[in-house]
Structures are given as structure tokens and as C-alpha cells.
Ligand binder design. Structure first.
Ligand SMILES: N[C@H](CCC[C@H](N)C(=O)O)C(=O)O
Length: 279
């Protein structure tokens, strides 16, 4: 395999491998297999996802996002924050930038060491609140499409769910076609006060709990505000750190949606080979 320069980054423990593909370095690679291989923990670098930074004719750059299972996703909130920092470090963009995704154009900004992304407005009709849960009439879920699909459950005490129980419970919802035909990410939240909540997220495409999920935190904060539990700005406490979400709700849509948190480079180097063992 030819040598592929990369940086390893994380946002609140949601970790990514980032590759500069502006010169089509990855042209000859079978991308899905490659991503799955290098994202495999223990046999390779390991990550929740991998991103390619590519040229764009309509923004400063294009972000292509792949989940660790090799599937290409429309958007990733923490991944986007990491690639914004990467673009700035690589001299590709200034502190304020735009980038293209499969879900449209987003803005990125580096501010006082933190990294923000601004989502395009989301129509109120894309939020599906208080839906009876298909297999349990006593339970309700809330659904939002914030670039990727997110299902949100509000619970009194999320710490009471053991890790194994959470993953088994979430895995069933993730594949429930009655909620979303293409599958869904699953979030469990606990409201702490008007501006704080706790969250756990099971991610589609990682097929496991991750330490933080930017789009899940965004969906959960807006849904909780539409339900009257919180108001902007909302600090979302994930296992790997705190994400802050601010937004403005109008009659027809949610505007000025900004997701903020850390984005840290932990390593850089060259990928030399794909994993020799497939798991
Ligand atoms: N970790 C990501 C979400 C990735 C979405 C992905 N799991 C999918 O639905 O394809 C985030 O910070 O927003």
C-alpha cells in the first residue's frame, strides 16, 4: 500500500482519522474496505470514523465522512468540528470557513481554542415529537433529521442503565424500520436543568456507544427545547466531554444552530498498510 499521510483527532472522545485527498491520493483505494480496516481498534489505528478532505467548487473544501463500518454518512457534527480545525492547521482555510457535505453547506469557525460549526436551518416539520414507541405503548420517542437520523428518549436517570443493557436496548431501536427506514442513531438523555443535560449515544455505522456525538447532542438539545424542558444555550454532557448547542426557534424552522466543543489533534503520521486481520 502506498503511504497515506493522516492526522488522528477527537472531539470529546469521538475520534477520527483525517486524510487530505485534494490531489485524489485515495483514487485507487477501495474506500469502504480501507476505512473499515484502518478504523479497526487493536489491529490498526482505530477510530469511530474517517474523513477525506477534498476540493470543492462551492465552499472552502468538501468533507467526506465514513463511519467505522465503511459506510458513507451524510454528516457528522464532531467530525465536522475536527475537519474544520484540520483545514485551518493545514492552511486550507482561515478561522471562518464554509465546507460542503452530502447534507449541504455548513460554516465552521475557530474561536478561543474551541471549534464551532453552524448547521443550515432545520424545518420544524423535520422534528417528529412524542411518537408512541412501536413495541411499548408506555414509552415515547422523539425523532429528528439533523443531517443524519436521530431518535431521542428522555429518561429520569440515564446512569441507571448499565453499559451492556444500554447497548442491547439501543441496538434494537437502531434497526427499527417503524422509526426510520434507513436506520437511526439512538440517544438517551437526562435533563439536569434549563441549560444542561446528560446524554448517551449509540451510533449507526459504528454500531456501538460512542463517547460523544455532535449531531445527537444537537438533535437532543433542540428536541428538548421544543418540548419546553430547556432553552438555548444547552450544555450537553457526554461521556467524553461537554458540547454546547445554541439555536433560535421560529414558527417554521430552527435557525442559527451552532455546535461548539473541543477538537484535538493527538497524532499525525503515515498509514503504511491495511489491517491484516478482518474482524
Ligand atoms: N458522531 C457523529 C454522528 C455520525 C453519524 C453517523 N453515525 C451516521 O448516522 O451515519 C456526530 O458527531 O455527529
Amino acid at each position: 500500500m502506498k503511504k497515506v499521510p493522516f492526522k488522528k483527532m477527537h472531539g470529546c472522545g469521538n475520534d477520527f482519522i483525517i486524510i487530505d485527498n485534494r490531489e485524489a491520493l485515495m483514487k485507487s483505494f477501495e474506500l469502504s474496505r480501507f476505512v473499515k480496516s484502518v478504523c479497526t481498534r487493536r489491529f490498526h489505528i482505530g477510530a469511530d470514523g474517517l474523513m477525506l478532505l477534498e476540493k470543492s467548487t462551492i465552499a472552502d473544501f468538501k468533507m467526506r465522512y465514513f463511519n467505522s463500518d465503511g459506510s458513507e454518512g451524510e454528516m457528522c457534527g464532531n467530525g465536522a468540528r475536527c475537519i474544520v480545525k484540520y483545514a485551518h492547521l493545514m492552511g486550507i482555510a482561515r478561522e471562518v470557513m464554509t465546507f460542503e457535505t452530502l447534507n449541504g453547506i455548513y460554516e465552521g469557525r475557530i474561536l478561543n481554542g474551541k471549534v464551532q460549526i453552524k448547521f443550515p436551518p432545520i424545518p420544524i416539520k423535520d422534528f417528529n415529537l412524542n411518537q408512541p414507541f412501536p413495541s411499548d405503548e408506555n414509552d415515547f420517542y422523539h425523532f429528528a433529521w439533523v443531517g443524519v437520523p436521530h431518535t431521542v428518549f428522555i429518561e429520569r436517570r440515564i446512569d441507571e442503565k448499565q453499559d451492556k443493557d444500554f447497548i442491547q436496548w439501543a441496538r434494537k431501536i437502531r434497526h427499527n424500520p417503524a422509526i426510520c427506514k434507513s436506520g437511526t442513531n439512538v440517544n438517551l438523555i437526562e435533563i439536569l436543568d434549563k441549560n444542561q443535560m446528560k446524554i448517551r449515544t449509540f451510533e449507526r455505522g459504528v454500531e456501538d456507544e460512542t463517547l460523544a456525538c455532535g449531531s445527537g447532542a444537537t438533535a437532543s438539545a433542540i428536541i428538548s427545547s421544543l418540548l419546553g424542558h430547556v432553552s438555548s444555550p444547552v450544555n450537553v454532557h457526554a461521556k467524553g466531554g461537554v458540547l454546547t448547542i445554541s439555536f433560535r426557534i421560529t414558527k417554521d424552522d430552527v435557525q442559527d444552530i451552532v455546535l461548539e466543543g473541543n477538537a484535538v489533534v493527538v497524532a499525525e503520521g503515515e498509514l503504511l498498510s491495511e489491517a491484516s486481520v478482518s474482524v
